[in-house]
Design a protein around this ligand. Structure first.
Ligand code: NAD
Length: 464
């Protein structure tokens, strides 16, 4: 049974729960569930470690980040295997994106923190400068869709800024975090700097409300974010939220159609649509609408189906397929459950699906589905396309497909989204801000924005 990692060692406490392989539906491991005592122990361990870790020069902490990156490299294959077993994500994606991004996160934030200039100003015989202090103990709550990538994305900047952390991975995907605990122990990271507790939502809730947790960084659904915000409000804890999306893709008639079709296939179906950045609403200029739909539907049929994370999530996605039909949609392809005739028939698969014909105000086009599915609709003018894209309550990401240079910038700058990709999708430079507007989040992480969130500035002024 997987144990918690507290104060530098394993802690076997709390009841056990099973984790299922989404490909077959079978149990892959059992995990301890954190109870109030475990949560308290983890926060106390983080607090104890906090003073020495915070006092360490940033260059030395950056050295620890590089050592953790090396530790990840040494356990690369184990991490890939654990991540694939828990998530059902494609092996190739896990090897080339998810785990390498974990390594890159530690290296990139080590460099950025070590090289960060301090502010300093002279004014009327005084000298002012700003130092940044860590927040203290940070709670990091992680979802299941890209567990290792998203955990390291928070841990690296939090740690290098001098905070100690308590991480709660998703109940569906504890495997890679458990290996990361072993990496921390093997690297000799001071005990208590990283603590990992396992469990469901209530364990996360206990962590957020713990009086000795100073800040909360959360990636997950908007609904959970809202619950966390209510809890964190009681002690006015700083929060950083990366939440859900209902992302739009805009396809203009002056695009390179091959590239737009292929890019849209990637942005809709990658990871079975279980990436917060995936496109669920595609708007296509009317003159190319029929051709685009036919090509997208044909390509969707060639996409290898990928499992949803759980039976419950599969049922949720299927309920949206049924909803689309009941709302009068035309199903261009998919809409059901694939039959393989092998072990995968016990897993949580749904068909890659493209639908059309629904109103903008239908529930299908308003709510995040988080599956391999999109709705396609025509537009006539650039202004209409922008309005349609912005009509969502969410504002995480958007894609624009056009060969018009001026149009690309004009449209991108008017979209209410934290990230806009032009003629590409899901390219991330770790130095740039990442996050969403509206229901998609609060704040930005990435580059100096992460270092800002995970620290408090103190401005010091002296009369010279
Ligand atoms: P979720 O909100 O159900 O769970 C996320 C985490 O929160 C889990 O660890 C869960 O145990 C914990 N949790 C649940 N209730 C809690 C509570 N009351 N207090 C504290 N913690 C609690 O999300 P999920 O289903 O794991 O992930 C999918 C969602 O995440 C989608 O909405 C997706 O868009 C979003 N997401 C966003 C980004 C982004 O960067 N914006 C990235 C990935 C995923």
């Amino acid at each position: 049974m997987l144990t918690h990692f507290i104060g530098g060692g394993p802690v076997a406490a709390g009841l056990g729960f099973p984790v299922h392989d989404p490909v077959t539906g079978t149990v892959v491991r059992h995990v301890h569930e954190a109870d109030p005592e475990v949560v308290d122990r983890a926060v106390r361990a983080a607090r104890e470690a906090s003073r020495d870790w915070a006092a360490m020069p940033v260059g030395e902490r950056a050295g620890w980040m590089r050592r953790l990156a090396e530790g990840i490299e040494e356990r690369f294959d184990d991490l890939v295997a654990a991540e694939v077993a828990d998530t059902g994500n494609p092996l190739d994606q896990t090897r080339t994106l998810d785990v390498p991004r974990g390594i890159a996160n530690f290296r990139a934030f080590a460099e950025m923190a070590a090289q960060r200039p301090e502010d300093a100003f002279h004014l009327s015989g005084t000298f002012s400068y700003t130092v940044r202090r860590p927040l203290g103990v940070v709670a990091a709550i992680i979802p299941w869709n890209l567990p290792f990538l998203l955990m390291t994305w928070k841990l690296a900047p939090a740690l290098v800024s001098g905070n100690t952390v308590v991480v709660k991975p998703s109940e569906h995907t504890p495997g890679s975090a458990a290996i990361f605990a072993e990496i921390c122990a093997a690297a000799g990271l001071p005990p208590g700097v990283v603590n990992i507790i396992f469990g469901h939502g209530p364990a996360g809730q206990l962590l957020v409300e713990h009086p000795d947790v100073n800040a909360v960084t959360f990636t997950g659904s908007t609904r959970t974010g809202s619950a966390i915000m209510r809890t964190a409000a009681q002690r006015v804890k700083p929060i950083s939220f990366e939440l859900g999306g209902k992302n739009a893709g805009l396809v203009f008639e002056d695009c390179d159609l091959d590239r737009a079709v292929e890019g849209t296939v990637r942005s809709v179906f990658t990871n079975g649509g279980q990436v917060c950045l995936c496109t669920e609403r595609v708007y296509v200029q009317r003159s190319i609408f029929e051709e685009f739909c036919a090509r997208l539907a044909a390509r969707a049929q060639e996409v290898e189906p990928q499992p949803m994370i759980s039976a419950a999530h599969r049922d949720k996605v299927l309920s949206y397929y049924a909803l689309a039909r009941s709302e009068g949609a035309k199903v261009l392809t998919g809409g059901g459950v694939p039959v393989f005739g092998d072990h995968r028939d016990g897993g949580y698969f749904v068909e890659p699906t493209v639908v059309a014909g629904l109103s903008e105000w239908s529930r299908f086009n308003r709510e995040e589905i988080f599956g391999p599915v999109c709705h396609v609709a025509p537009f006539d003018s650039e202004a209409e396309a922008i309005d349609l894209a912005n009509s969502s309550e969410y504002g995480l990401a958007a894609t624009v497909w056009t060969d018009g240079l001026d149009r690309a910038h004009r449209v991108a700058q008017r979209l209410e989204a934290g990230l806009v990709w032009i003629n590409t999708w899901y390219v991330r430079d770790l130095r740039t801000p990442f996050g969403g507007a509206k229901l998609s989040g609060i704040g930005r992480e990435g580059g100096t924005r992460s270092l800002d969130f995970y620290s408090e500035p103190t401005t010091i002024t002296i009369k010279l």
